[in-house]
Design a protein around this ligand. Structure first.
Ligand SMILES: NC(=O)c1ccc[n+]([C@@H]2O[C@H](COP(=O)([O-])OP(=O)(O)OC[C@H]3O[C@@H](n4cnc5c(N)ncnc54)[C@H](OP(=O)(O)O)[C@@H]3O)[C@@H](O)[C@H]2O)c1
Length: 240
């Protein structure tokens, strides 16, 4: 990563695929330095002088505090934003989900984000400015069949982000939750359903990147609490 000391850094989790990858590309194009986190960057094809990727398993909660404090020690420039985007879906009726699945969803979608945020928050507060964004979902707003644990993780993330916004306002740190409906990404590769094929059946990851750019560019006295995006005509398609 180049090191002009005035170039601000954005940290993006889940940076190797889908929404996170689109965020990284948009942020690099806007001139930010980007530090990405994912389990693996092998398939991401990211090769940019202002990008640096770290392979960290966020669901390894026991190892995460140490991995995060090592990461924090590496940071040598002001942080513009932390974008907590990594997440997984395990869908099915509750009795079909194993305890392992339930743990993995809650650890990845909620608890790891709490730990990552807790690591970066003192630095952001010390800076007196910065944005923390969470990738919620329409599943943070309404429960849906076969989504009990995924919805539980995203509802919890929404409560966490609301409380944190109350805690952080005076310090200059802004908290935003983004709630997309179906976004066309590899998220659906392991699921039994996916968005319909028409362009209006899904949001594109670049649409989420545009919303994030708007959040980051807002006047510092204003915060976007939540942004909800939907496909114009949401249609789900069962896989054969
Ligand atoms: N796609 C949708 O329709 C949709 C709708 C609403 C909200 N969302 C939310 O948007 C976020 C991004 O999803 P996406 O659609 O972009 O899915 P995606 O293409 O599957 O990307 C998920 C990202 O999260 C990372 N990740 C998952 N588990 C991880 C772990 N244990 N440690 C580190 N990184 C991990 C993945 O990296 P590795 O592959 O290296 O593990 C990948 O970079 C998620 O929070 C999801 O819940 C998605």
């Amino acid at each position: 990563m180049n090191n002009p000391s005035n170039q601000k850094l954005v940290v993006v989790t889940g940076a190797s695929s889908g929404i996170g990858l689109a965020l990284v590309k948009a942020l690099l194009a806007e001139g930010y330095a980007v530090l990405g986190i994912a389990k693996s960057f092998e398939k991401a094809g990211l090769n940019h002088p202002n990008f640096s990727g770290r392979s960290i398993n966020l669901a390894d909660l026991d190892g995460l505090p140490e991995a995060m404090s090592l990461l924090l020690n590496e940071i040598d420039r002001p942080i513009k934003a932390l974008i907590n985007n990594a997440g997984i879906g395990r869908m099915g009726f509750l009795e079909q989900l194993s305890v392992k699945d339930i743990r993995l969803v809650m650890d990845t979608n909620l608890t790891s984000q709490v730990i990552v945020t807790k690591t970066f928050l003192p630095l952001l507060k010390k800076q007196g400015e910065g944005d923390i964004l969470f990738m919620g979902s329409e599943a943070a707003l309404k429960g849906a069949r076969q989504g009990s644990i995924y919805c539980a993780s995203k509802f919890a993330l929404r409560g966490f982000s609301q409380a944190l916004r109350e805690e952080c306002g005076k310090s200059g740190v802004r908290i935003t939750l983004i709630n997309p409906g179906a976004v066309r990404t590899p998220f659906f590769e392991k699921l039994q359903f996916e968005p319909g094929l028409a362009a209006e059946n899904a949001i594109e990851p670049e649409d989420i990147a545009s919303a994030v750019s708007m959040v980051l560019a807002a006047r510092s006295g204003t915060v976007f609490d939540e942004i909800t995006l939907s496909p114009r005509n949401q249609v789900w398609k069962k896989k054969d």
